[in-house]
Design a protein around this ligand. Structure first.
Ligand SMILES: *[C@@H]1O[C@H](CO)[C@@H](O)[C@H](O)[C@H]1NC(C)=O
Length: 202
């Protein structure tokens, strides 16, 4: 028996030079854009670029909201890296498989759900002064995804196994700053927060 489930996953960003939507690096990219928009909002506003930046973020976050179809269900990939890399074509002519892969309670991915929560939470901050209803929507999804990531622990590429050779989750050791590990960036953000607390204290 073939069961066809309809889920609309138009939008989001392809990966590098191919036509796969890989969840982990896509969420990382949107997190980075949102961190930039928060950190440099004055500079981007002065240069009349904040609107473009928010639009680029929203192209990702609209997709993550769609892909998060239930509190504990997140579609984490569209397309297959191996078959995709046999094709050399424009995105407009692309005919490769659009198979979509998800994580859920039985197939959890704390890394992917957590990173998607991080992207949505950072975007919620970036949008807060521009569109509070959109910001609130992103925060609702971020909180649900964080809870999903925490309660149902696992590595996403164990279940979305076709992501493994491209974007395996290598764990949580601090070696670099990348799509797989933002620990160093989080430390930087926390150190700024600590400095602010000190400034308030003295
Ligand atoms: C704010 O976001 C909502 C979606 O949550 C959208 O419908 C609305 O048009 C946005 N408002 C502005 C001013 O962009």
């Amino acid at each position: 028996m073939v069961i066809l489930l309809q889920v609309e996953l138009v939008g989001g960003y392809y990966d590098a030079g191919d036509h796969v939507k890989f969840g982990l690096p896509m969420t990382y990219s949107v997190t980075m854009l949102a961190w930039g928009a928060i950190e440099f909002s004055k500079e981007m506003t002065d240069l009349n670029q904040i609107g473009h930046t928010l639009r680029a973020i929203k192209w990702g976050t609209d997709y993550f909201v769609k892909a998060h179809t239930q509190p504990n269900v997140l579609w984490g990939q569209v397309g297959d890296g191996v078959s995709d890399h046999y094709g050399w074509e424009r995105a407009e002519d692309m005919t490769t498989s659009r198979t979509a892969y998800k994580i859920d309670e039985q197939h959890p991915g704390s890394d992917l759900a957590g990173e998607t929560a991080a992207a949505l939470a950072a975007a919620a901050i970036a949008f807060r002064t521009y569109n509070s209803s959109y910001s609130n929507l992103l925060l609702v999804h971020a909180k649900q995804l964080f809870t999903f990531a925490d309660r149902y622990r696992g590595l996403y590429d164990e279940f979305i196994s076709c992501a493994h050779q491209f974007y395996a989750s290598y764990g949580y050791s601090v070696k670099e700053f990348s799509w797989d590990n933002k620990y160093a960036g989080v430390q930087t953000l926390l150190s700024k927060k600590v400095k602010l607390v000190h400034m308030h204290l003295y």
